[in-house]
Design a protein around this ligand. Sequence first.
Ligand SMILES: *[C@@H]1O[C@H](CO)[C@@H](O)[C@H](O)[C@H]1NC(C)=O
Ligand SMILES: *[C@@H]1O[C@H](CO)[C@@H](O)[C@H](O)[C@H]1NC(C)=O
Ligand SMILES: *[C@@H]1O[C@H](CO)[C@@H](O)[C@H](O)[C@H]1NC(C)=O
Length: 330
Amino acid sequence: MRLAPQPSAQPLRLVVVLLLTTAAGASPMLTPGCPDKCVCDEQLVVQCAGQQLSTFPSNVPLATRQLIISNNRIGELPALWLNYLSDLVYLDCSNNSLTEISESTFGNLRKLAYLDLSFNTLTRIADRTFGPLATLVMLRMTDNPGLSEVHPEAFMENAALQVLDMSRNNLTVLNITTLIALPVLRSLGLSGNPWTCEFYIYIYIYKHIQYEKYIYSHLHTYCIYVYEGQRLGELGMELRTLCHQTLDSLDYLFFVLIGFVIFAAGTVSAWVMGTVMVFYERYIKKKSQQPDTDEEDETSDQNNTSRAQSDLGLIPRGTAYFVPPGGSIL
Ligand SMILES: *[C@@H]1O[C@H](CO)[C@@H](O)[C@H](O)[C@H]1NC(C)=O
Ligand SMILES: *[C@@H]1O[C@H](CO)[C@@H](O)[C@H](O)[C@H]1NC(C)=O
Ligand SMILES: *[C@@H]1O[C@H](CO)[C@@H](O)[C@H](O)[C@H]1NC(C)=O
C-alpha cells in the first residue's frame, strides 16, 4: 500500500528536493516540482490554462513570476497559498468561477504588475481588495456579468495603475473620485455596462489634459446626480442636453471640415457646370457658322415656308419644288 503524502511530510519533501537539486547544480527555487496538469519552465512561468481545474493548483513553485490559471473552473483564490508567491509579477485568472476576492487575497503580492480577473462571476469589489498592489500597472476586470459594485476607494492605493478595464460588467454607477486622482492612469475602459442613464459612457481616457477634464467632469457630474438618488426620468433630458453640448475640439474640427468639403464641392460643381455651359455655347455657335448647317437650316426654313404656304392652300400638298439657292417661291 502506498502512502499518500501527508501535509506534515511537505517540508521534509521540500528539503529533500532542495538538497537533490542543489547537488545537481540547478537553481534551488526552480524545481520543487510543478503542479499537476501545469507546465513550468525555466523562466519561472507556470502555465495551467484550460486544464479544467476546480481548485487553485497546489505546489506552485515559490519563485514563480508568471502564473496562468485562465480557462478553468477555479472558484476561489486561497489567500494563504497565493501569498507565498511573493515574486509574482503576472497573474492571469481570467475565465474562471471566482465569485469573491477577499481583502487578504493579494496581501503579499507586492511585485504584481499584471492582473486579469476577466470572465469570472465577481459581484463586488471591496475597498481594500487591491490595496497592497502598489506596483500594479494593468488590471483587467471585464465580462463579470454580475459585478455591480466597485467601492469608490478600491483603486486608491494603486498608484502605478496605467490601464484599468472594467468593460462589460453590471455597473450602473461608479464614483470615479479616486480614479481621477491616480497619477498615471491613462486608459479606463467602461463600455458595455448598464449605466443608469443614457449618457453614453464609452471612454478610453487618455492623459490629455483638455480631453481628460472634459470627460471626467461630466462623468463626475453624472455619478453625483445618480448617487443623490434623483430619478432617471427627471434626469434624462438634462443629461441628454449635457451630452449634446459637449463637443470637443475634434468634433468642431470635423464640422468645420465637413462644412469646407460641402462648400468646396459646391464651388467645384458650379465651376464645372459653368465651363460646360460656356463650351456648349461655343460649340453651338461654331456649329451654326458651318455651311452644312446653313443649308440644313435653310431647308428647314423652306420646309416651314412651304408648309405654311400649303396650309394657306397655295401649293398642293405632296408637291416637290426646286428652290434655287437664295431664291424663293413666288
Ligand atoms: C473559457 O474556458 C472554457 C474552457 O476552457 C472555454 O471553452 C471557453 O472558450 C473560455 N471562454 C473564453 C471567453 O475564453
Ligand atoms: C445586474 O444588476 C441588476 C441590479 O442592478 C440585477 O437586477 C441583475 O440581476 C444583475 N445582472 C446579473 C447578470 O447579475
Ligand atoms: C466618491 O468617493 C469619494 C472618496 O471615497 C467620496 O469622498 C465622495 O463622497 C464620493 N462621492 C459620492 C457622490 O458618493
